[in-house]
Write a protein that binds this ligand. Structure first.
Ligand SMILES: *Cc1c(COP(=O)(O)O)cnc(C)c1O
Length: 338
C-alpha cells in the first residue's frame, strides 16, 4: 500500500460516513428542496455566523459564484498573487464573468497594508475594484494561516474602501484549529464565505457558499446557470454533516503529523522543509536535486508527493494517513536523498 500525500483530497469516505450517506433522507433539491441539504446549509450558516448557505458540487464553482455576486464585468478582483482562484480555477472570472484579476504578491499572507499599497487612486482611467478575496489557509504558500488580527484589519480596510470581502476558506477549518478560535471568528465580517468538505474533512464531494439571504438567493440562480443545481444532493450533504460532527476534531492530528514529518526531515542538509502552520509541508531540495526526479524515485518506493516547482515537493497530511505512516514517509525521503 502506498502512502499518498499528494493532497488532502485523496481521502476516502470512512465506513460510518458511507452509512450516513446510505441512510440520508432525500428530495429534489432543485425542484423544491432536499431536506438533508437544507439541514447542512442551516448548520453551515450557524457555524459561520451567516444568515444562509448554499451547497455546491465544488469549491471552484462556489468561489466563482461568490465572486460573480460582487464583481460586474469590467471591474477587478483583488487577490493574493498565489491565490487558488488565479492558479487552479481556469480563469473562471475572466472566461465567464468578464472580470479582471489584480494579483497582489504577499507570499500567501495578505495584509491591510498590501491592499492599501495596491490600490490605485480613484480615477476614471483605472478599472474599478469590486471585491477583495482572501484565502485562509493559503494553499500555494503551504497552508499559511491568516490570524484573527490580520483578518480584522483586512475587513476594516475593505470597509473603508466599500469593498465586499470574499473568503476562500476551502481549509478555513484548518485555519481555525491552528489559530485556536471558532471558525466563525475567522469569517467575521466577510460578505461571502466558501468552505470545502472534500479536503481535510474527508467527504467525497462538496463545498458551501455562505452569506446573506439575499446573496444566497442570487447565488442559487448563478449556481443553476453554471450547472451546479443538484437533485438528491442529500446523499452528499449527509457526508458533510457527518464530517462536521466527527472529522473536524481530527484536523489537529493532521497538523501534528505535518509538524513531526517536517522536524524529522531537518536532519538532512539537502532537505529544507518549511515549518508547517497547518497540514501542508513544502519541502525544498538543496543543490541541483530535481523535484520531479526525486518524486518519481519516491513513488517507486510507495510514497506519493506533489511536485511544486523544479526544487520543491509538497506533502499534505490528512485523516487517511496514520502518524506511523507519516514517520515512515519522512524516513523514506531521508533514505532516497542519502
Ligand atoms: C481545493 C481548493 C479550492 C477548490 O475546490 P474544488 O472543490 O477542488 O473545486 C478553492 N480554494 C482553495 C484554497 C482550495 O484549496
Amino acid at each position: 500500500m502506498s502512502i499518498d500525500l499528494r493532497s488532502d483530497t485523496v481521502t476516502h469516505p470512512s465506513p460510518s460516513m458511507r452509512e450516513a450517506i446510505a441512510s440520508a433522507t432525500v428530495g429534489d433539491d432543485t425542484l423544491d428542496g432536499d431536506p438533508t441539504t437544507r439541514r447542512l446549509e442551516s448548520r453551515v450558516a450557524e457555524v459561520l455566523g451567516t444568515e444562509a448557505a448554499l451547497f455546491f458540487p465544488s469549491g471552484t464553482q462556489a468561489n466563482l459564484t461568490g465572486l460573480l455576486l460582487h464583481a460586474e464585468p469590467g471591474s477587478e478582483v483583488l487577490l493574493e498573487a498565489g491565490a487558488h482562484h488565479i492558479h487552479y480555477e481556469h480563469a473562471g472570472l475572466a472566461a465567464i464573468g468578464g472580470v479582471q484579476i489584480r494579483p497582489i504578491p504577499a507570499d500567501g499572507r495578505l495584509t491591510a497594508d498590501h491592499v492599501r499599497d495596491a490600490l490605485r487612486p480613484n480615477s476614471r482611467f483605472f478599472p474599478r475594484p469590486s471585491v477583495l478575496s482572501v484565502e485562509n489557509t493559503h494553499n500555494q504558500s503551504g497552508g499559511r494561516v491568516t490570524p484573527p488580527s490580520t483578518w480584522d484589519a483586512l475587513v476594516a480596510v475593505a470597509g473603508d474602501l466599500m469593498l465586499p470581502v470574499h473568503l476562500d476558506g476551502a481549509r478555513l477549518w484548518n485555519a481555525a484549529v491552528a489559530a485556536d478560535v471558532p471558525v466563525e471568528r475567522l469569517a467575521r465580517g466577510a460578505t461571502t464565505i466558501m468552505v470545502s468538505f472534500s479536503k481535510g474533512l474527508g467527504c467525497p464531494v462538496g463545498s458551501c457558499l455562505a452569506g446573506s439571504r439575499d446573496d444566497m438567493d442570487r447565488a442559487w440562480t448563478i449556481r443553476r446557470r453554471l450547472g451546479g443545481g443538484m437533485r438528491q444532493s442529500g446523499m452528499l450533504a449527509a457526508a458533510a454533516l457527518y464530517a462536521l460532527e466527527h472529522h473536524l476534531p481530527g484536523l489537529a492530528e493532521d497538523h501534528a503529523k505535518a509538524r513531526r514529518f517536517a522536524e524529522r526531515l531537518t536532519s538532512h542538509a539537502a532537505l529544507v522543509p518549511i515549518p508547517p502552520e497547518t497540514n501542508i509541508v513544502m519541502l525544498d531540495l538543496r543543490g541541483d536535486r530535481q523535484a520531479d526526479w526525486e518524486a518519481a524515485r519516491l513513488a517507486e518506493r510507495g510514497l506519493r508527493l506533489s511536485v511544486f516547482g523544479t526544487g520543491r515537493l509538497r506533502a499534505v497530511f490528512h485523516r487517511d494517513v496514520s502518524p506511523d505512516e507519516a514517520d515512515r514517509a519522512a524516513d523514506l525521503i531521508l533514505d532516497v536523498v542519502r
